[in-house]
Design a protein around this ligand. Structure first.
Ligand code: BES
Ligand code: MN
Ligand code: ZN
Length: 492
C-alpha cells in the first residue's frame, strides 16, 4: 500500500523546511503566519500575479522561496462559512497533491480575519490528505515513482484539542480505507474465509467477532443464503461484529452488509464485458466493516452490531438453478427465477437473523444490489428505501453532512405484489420495471415486526467511483463516513 502521510500537530512552527502551506479563504488576505515570513512582499506579489482569490481548490505555488524551503503553497479554501466536512476533505486532498516531491510540510492553520481553523476542521484536512494518499498498489511490483513518505505538521494554538480531534478523524479515515481495501482486493484473494479472517482483526479494537460457518448457517436454516453459496467451492461465512460502547441495557444499532465476494450471476450468468467489476459486490459488507472499525477505534458511546453475509455466486454442477425453490430462515419460500438476483437472498436471511438475535433499535442494510439504481441515480446518490420516516430523515441528514448523499425512493404494495409467485411465497425478481424498488420490496418482506429499517443500494457509489480530491481509486469506501455520522448525530 502507498505510504500514508505521518500527521502531527505542533503548537509552534518548526524550523522552515520542505513545503510551507498557508490557508486563505475566498477574498481573504494572507494570514499573519504568512505575513511574518513575507518580509520582502514576494508572497503577496505571487498572489497578485496568479490572480488568486482564495477560491476553493485553487493553489499558488512559489518554488524555493528561501534556502532550505522547497515551496510555499497558498491554498484557497473558498467560502469558509459554507464549508462542511467534505470541503475540508477536498482541501486536504488538494494540499497533499500539491506537495509534489516535498516529503515534509508545515501547515499554518491561522486565517487573515483573526480566526483560525477549529480542531475539527484541521482533523478533516488531515483526513483528506490521508484519503488522497491512499493507493491500492499491493500487487504492483513496480511502484509508481511519485510514492513518497510525507510528514505533515499542522500548526495550531489549540494543539491538545486538535490532537484529540485528529484521533477521532483517523479512526474514521482508517475505516474508510479498510472498506476501500476490501472492495479493491481481487476475489481470488478475498474469498469468504479470508474476509472473515480480516474481520477478526477488529478484536484488537475491543470488538466481539463471531464467525458462522456452513454448519452453523445450516443449523440457523439460512436456506436463501446457502442456496447462493452452493455453486462455489469456497464455503460461505456470516460474520457478526459487536461493539459495546454504550449502556449495558441499550439496544444496539445494526448494520447489515451484502458480501458477495464475486458475482458471476450464477447459472443466470452475466455477460463477460465488465464482469471483473463484480469483485466489488461486497461493497455493502465492506462499508459495514469500515464503520465498525471507526466506531470501535474512536470508542463511540454506542452499542452497535455489524453483520455481513459472505458468499460467492458461481455457476457449477452444484449451483442453484432458475426455478429452484428455497426456504429462507424466516420460513418464507422463494422461487429463484434468476440466480443473478442473489444479494437479496443473502440479505433476507441476515435481516431475519439480525432482528431475532439482536432486537436492534434499527437495521440499516447496505448492498450493491441492483444495476437499476445506477440508471436511476448514477454515481451521485445511493438509493434509500425505508419503512420509517424518522430513520430515513436521519440518514438523509447524515448524507448531506458528509456528502455521501442518499435519495429516497418509494416502497408501496403496488410494487410488492410484483413479487408474488404461483409456486412459492414469492419470486426473487419483479420484472423489468422499477428493478431497484422491487429488490427493496423483497428485502422488506424479511423485516420483522416493522422494526425501523432502511436499505441503501450502493451499486452506483461504492465502486467504479468518480475521482474526487480525496478519493482517487476504484473503491470509494462509501457508507463509512455516512453511518459514522448517523451515530454521532443521533445515537451517541
Ligand atoms: N451485483 C449485482 C448488481 C450490480 C450491478 C452491482 C452493477 C454493481 C454494479 C446484482 O446481484 C445483480 O446482478 N442484480 C441484477 C438483478 C436482476 C437480475 C433482477 C441486476 O441489477 O441486473
Ligand atoms: Mn447478481
Ligand atoms: Zn450481486
Amino acid at each position: 500500500m502507498a505510504p500514508q502521510p505521518a500527521i502531527s500537530i505542533a503548537k509552534t512552527a518548526p524550523k522552515p523546511k520542505g513545503a510551507i502551506v498557508f490557508l486563505v479563504a475566498e477574498n481573504g488576505e494572507l494570514p499573519p503566519s504568512a505575513k511574518a515570513l513575507d518580509t520582502d512582499g514576494r508572497l503577496s506579489d505571487a498572489i497578485g500575479i496568479a490572480g488568486f482569490e482564495g477560491k476553493t481548490g485553487t493553489v499558488v505555488e512559489v518554488i524555493a522561496p528561501q534556502k532550505g524551503v522547497d515551496r510555499v503553497l497558498i491554498l484557497g479554501l473558498g467560502k469558509r462559512e459554507e464549508a462542511g466536512e467534505e470541503d475540508w476533505l477536498k482541501a486536504g486532498g488538494k494540499l497533499f497533491a500539491a506537495l509534489g516531491k516535498s516529503t515534509a510540510a508545515t501547515v499554518h492553520t491561522d486565517l487573515s480575519d483573526g480566526k483560525a481553523l477549529s480542531p475539527g476542521e484541521i482533523a478533516h484536512l488531515a483526513s483528506g490528505a490521508r484519503l488522497r494518499a491512499y493507493d491500492f498498489d499491493l500487487y504492483r511490483t513496480k511502484k509508481k515513482d511519485d510514492r513518497k513518505a510525507v510528514s505533515i505538521a499542522f500548526v495550531t494554538a489549540a494543539d491538545t484539542a486538535a490532537r484529540k480531534a485528529l484521533k477521532e478523524a483517523d479512526a474514521v479515515a482508517d475505516g474508510v480505507m479498510l472498506a476501500r481495501d476490501l472492495v479493491n482486493e481481487p476475489a481470488n484473494i478475498l474469498g469468504p474465509v479470508e474476509f472473515a479472517r480480516r474481520l477478526e482483526d477488529l478484536k484488537k479494537l475491543g470488538c466481539t467477532v463471531t464467525v458462522l460457518d456452513e454448519k452453523k448457517l445450516t443449523a440457523e436454516n439460512m436456506g436463501a443464503l446457502l442456496g447462493v453459496a452452493q455453486g462455489s467451492v469456497r464455503p460461505p461465512r456470516v460474520v457478526i461484529v459487536q461493539w459495546k460502547g454504550g449502556k449495558a441495557k441499550e439496544r444496539p444499532v445494526a448494520f447489515v452488509g451484502k458480501g458477495v465476494v464475486f458475482d458471476t450471476g450464477g447459472i443466470s450468468i452475466k455477460p463477460a464485458a465488465g464482469m471483473e467489476d463484480m469483485k466489488g459486490d461486497m461493497g455493502g459488507a465492506a462499508a459495514v466493516s469500515g464503520v465498525m472499525h471507526a466506531l470501535a477505534a474512536r470508542k463511540a458511546k454506542v452499542n452497535a452490531v455489524g453483520i455481513v453475509g459472505l458468499v460467492e455466486n458461481m455457476p457449477d454442477g452444484n449451483a442453484q438453478r432458475p426455478g429452484d425453490i428455497v426456504t429462507s430462515r424466516s420460513g418464507q419460500t422463494i422461487e429463484v427465477l434468476n440466480t443473478d438476483a442473489e444479494g437479496r437472498l443473502v440479505l433476507a436471511d441476515l435481516l431475519d437473523y439480525c432482528a431475532d438475535k439482536y432486537k436492534p433499535q434499527f437495521m440499516v442494510n447496505l448492498a450493491t444490489l441492483t444495476g437499476a439504481i445506477l440508471i436511476a441515480l448514477g454515481n451521485a446518490h445511493a438509493g434509500l428505501f425505508s419503512n420509517n420516516d424518522e430513520l430515513s430523515e436521519r440518514l438523509t441528514r447524515a448524507g448531506l453532512d458528509t456528502r455521501e448523499r442518499l435519495w429516497r425512493l418509494p416502497l408501496d404494495p403496488d410494487y410488492d405484489k410484483l413479487l408474488d409467485s404461483k409456486n412459492a411465497d414469492m419470486k426473487n425478481i419483479g420484472g423489468r420495471l422499477a428493478g431497484s424498488i422491487t429488490a427493496a420490496q423483497f428485502l422488506q418482506r424479511f423485516v420483522k415486526n416493522d422494526i425501523p429499517w432502511a436499505h441503501l443500494d450502493v451499486a452506483g457509489t461504492a465502486m467504479a467511483s468518480p475521482k474526487t480530491a480525496y478519493s482517487q481509486g476504484w473503491a470509494s469506501g462509501f457508507g463509512v463516513r455516512l453511518l459514522n455520522r448517523l451515530v454521532v448525530n443521533d445515537y451517541e
